[in-house]
Write a protein that binds this ligand. Structure first.
Ligand code: NAD
Ligand code: TDX
Length: 349
């Protein structure tokens, strides 16, 4: 166990997928740290994700990051804020935009004003989607995954969706607050996470829970879109590394060289779950669907010495499938409503 430079951290969105995994990571590795989770418990937040560790070292404050009074109360007692809270799903952002502007932009603004007031260390968790998408080359095996251009912290911002554009806007105000007000901030832009506690609206858990519910998995378009998968525990260690060793004002990209196209991932899930690899429906493609994401993680590895642990996607995926199998109580009650919402707009091709 190592000693942490921060003893009282606020984790916004700490009852969501990646935030709760981070809370567990800090709880397990840094016993001298007290964590205050600030979470609105939207449809994506679940107290159960952190229930087993709530107590002396982990506290849950149910509240909105855009509520300046509650933010002030938690900030006054903290020495650092790690900011995960967001509306995080692209498909939802195509249906309704207000909450994306409100939480991702106004919420971030509210937090950085408080961080400034109390001179707190601030880490802003963002996404590789702020950079838009990359081309792939048909002539390379696997359509070019792992080849060609990747995102770096110098790639120009070019977001495609209401979700990614509100994340981009939030990144930009954090950068401006560093420059104008000396905000003690870092930013990380991570690729697609997988692992336990991910909401079943997202690609991997949706397909696993479809199969467990006797529903055919749903693939958007031709399934050639490439995502750069990272296990959420590696995202946690990346964020912790940046929080404790990162240079103020810098942006670090977090990724673990996990490029795969969606069809390939879906076939892997089906095979692992004892189904025929083509037992899925192709459905209406997402509007504005980004083609490929790929992270160049050189800066994080070489400047801060970070390394991912979960480099075997197959075994990480198997463990994730097992988690959803063993935790049906965690997702079952929501399944029907999530699929009904998708069915409003997605048609089987
Ligand atoms: P999630 O949707 O699973 O969880 C979001 C959490 O934020 C929930 O607990 C929700 O209740 C909370 N929240 C939402 N609005 C809030 C508000 N106004 N005030 C307080 N809490 C609020 O999201 P996730 O997938 O865990 O993503 C977490 C962060 O990581 C986001 O900032 C996202 O942009 C970023 N990110 C996600 C991925 C990914 O693959 N999922 C990849 C890179 C970056
Ligand atoms: O049913 C599906 N079928 C399908 O083919 C769903 C839900 C998705 N897809 C495709 C769309 C994407 O190409 O799978 C890929 C992954 O989709 P999502 O899980 O919705 O993730 P994505 O849109 O790539 O964004 C995710 O990674 C970056 C997170 O949701 C974001 O919060 C993060 O910033």
């Amino acid at each position: 166990m190592t000693e942490s430079p921060y003893k009282n951290i606020v984790v916004t969105g700490g009852a969501g997928f990646i935030g709760s995994n981070f809370v567990h990571y800090v709880y397990n590795n840094f016993p001298d740290v007290h964590i205050t989770v600030l979470d609105k418990l939207t449809y994506a937040g679940n107290k159960a994700n952190i229930a087993s560790i709530l107590g002396d070292r982990v506290e849950l404050v149910v509240g909105d990051i855009a509520d300046a009074d509650i933010v002030d109360q938690v900030a006054a007692k903290a020495d650092a804020i790690v900011h995960y809270a967001a509306e995080s799903h692209n498909d939802n952002s195509l249906k309704s935009q207000d909450e994306f502007i409100q939480t991702n932009f106004i919420g971030t603004y509210t937090l950085i004003q408080a961080a400034r007031k109390y001179d707190l260390r601030f880490h802003h968790v963002s996404t590789d989607e702020v950079y838009g998408d990359l081309p792939y080359r048909e002539d390379l095996p696997g359509h070019g995954e792992g080849e060609g251009e990747k995102f770096t912290d110098k790639t120009p911002y070019n977001p495609s969706s209401p979700y990614s554009s509100t994340k981009a806007a939030s990144d930009l105000i954090v950068r401006a607050w560093v420059r104008s007000f000396g905000l003690k901030a870092t930013i990380s832009n991570c690729s697609n996470n997988y692992g336990p506690y991910q909401h079943i609206e997202k690609f991997i858990p949706r397909q696993i829970t479809n199969i467990l519910s006797g529903i055919k998995p749903k693939l958007y378009g031709d399934g050639k879109n490439v995502r750069d998968w990272i296990h959420t525990e590696d995202h946690s260690s990346g964020v912790w590394t940046i929080l404790t060793k990162g240079k103020l004002g810098e942006t670090y990209l977090i990724g673990a060289d996990g490029e795969k196209n969606n069809k390939e991932v879906l076939e892997q899930i089906l095979t692992e779950m004892g189904q025929a690899s083509d037992a899925y429906d192709r459905v209406t493609d997402r509007a504005g669907h980004d083609l490929r994401y790929a992270i160049d993680n050189t800066k994080l590895r070489t400047e801060l010495g970070w390394e991912p642990k979960h480099t075997d996607f197959e075994s990480g995926l198997k463990a994730t499938i097992d988690w959803y199998r063993e935790n049906e109580d965690w997702w079952k009650a929501e399944k029907e409503a999530v699929e009904a919402k998708y069915a409003e707009t997605q048609k089987v091709l």
